[in-house]
Design a protein around this ligand. Structure first.
Ligand SMILES: [Zn+2]
Length: 311
């Protein structure tokens, strides 16, 4: 998206969103609500924000008990995807990180390929012999056209510099009627509206684009995809997103509880107890908000299943 026209709907009317930090602001399309971070973070800034701390030491991101839960959630997601595709499908995940999802899909009998630009994140995935990992920008690889049965972009599209270019490339790689599965944070969710600049999933330093259901739908249709299903709830993302957003809104140092779970900060026992107690107090309200907003079709994420249309 340039400042002149929206990459999704082509509108040239924009507004600066009240969600703003000192360094960045959101520029929002008046036509479809899709927004972008302005100014765009420099390459040096982006590199700083994708450090070892972001991916976790030794490629282990969270506390051991959370890693177990994440593992269970990932295998559940793999089974969900498995139901949508044919046996022995060719799967490509763009931004596959540690390769957890691809590993689970390969165990279900699929041929798995993944791209991951961060060598830090790809270390683990590269050790999984069943998965082919590409660490250069995937547009540079000469993968065969119409090859893949399914392409997955899981919390990745918002990080990309040129989503239109990537989606166009994905369209070339997918076979006709191939499936594209995307999940992104939902800028039009109630939790985003209620907590504004404190919203956990805003992550304005790393997310270059911020999607609404209308904006994402328009973008995907323009890139040759037909929307099959769209939902706005994720157990993995929505309750925690609401919880950390509430905690951020209390004026505590942003994302401290999340960083504790990631072992990214070390605090005194009393301070840890304080943060865990607060999180415990906000747990039920957060689950409640995540459930209610999703019932209203305005949950914290947009999960969309699409199919490549015939030319
Ligand atoms: Zn627009």
């Amino acid at each position: 998206m340039s400042a002149e026209t929206c990459m999704a709907c082509g509108s040239s009317r924009f507004s600066v969103d009240p969600i703003s930090s000192e360094r960045f602001c959101l520029v929002r399309c008046a036509g479809c609500g899709l927004a972008f971070t302005n100014p765009k973070p420099s390459a040096e800034e982006l590199e700083k924000h994708y450090s070892q701390a972001y991916y976790g030491p030794e490629n282990i991101k969270f506390l051991p008990v959370l890693e177990k839960i994440l593992d269970w959630i990932t295998k559940r997601r793999a089974r969900w995807i498995n139901k949508k595709i044919r046996p022995h499908s060719r799967v490509l995940e763009i931004g596959c990180g540690r390769g957890l999802l691809l590993e689970a899909l390969s165990h279900l009998g699929h041929e798995c390929h993944g791209t991951e630009r961060s060598n830090l994140a790809a270390t683990r995935a590269q050790r999984i012999v069943e998965i082919k990992i590409y660490t250069d920008p995937f547009e540079q690889y000469e993968l065969p056209e119409n090859y893949f049965d399914v392409v997955i972009l899981w919390h990745v599209l918002e990080h990309l510099e040129n989503p239109v270019l990537t989606l166009t490339h994905v369209s070339n790689l997918l076979r006709p009627r191939g499936v594209l599965i995307i999940e992104v944070p939902n800028l039009s969710s109630l939790q985003a509206r209620l907590t504004g600049k404190h919203w956990f999933h805003l992550d304005i330093q790393r997310h270059l684009y911020h999607f609404t259901a209308k904006g994402l739908t328009t973008l995907l249709e323009n890139c040759g995809f037909q929307i099959m299903k769209m939902t706005t709830f994720s157990w993995e993302q929505c309750p925690f997103g609401a919880l950390q957003s509430f905690l951020n809104g209390l004026g505590l140092r942003p994302q401290t509880f999340y960083k504790l779970l990631k072992r990214e900060v070390s605090l005194r026992f009393s301070s840890k107890l304080f943060h865990y107690s607060l999180a415990g107090g906000f747990f039920l309200p957060s689950v409640l908000l995540a459930g209610l907003e999703s019932l209203a079709g305005r949950g914290g994420v947009i999960r969309v299943t699409t199919q490549k249309q015939f030319a």
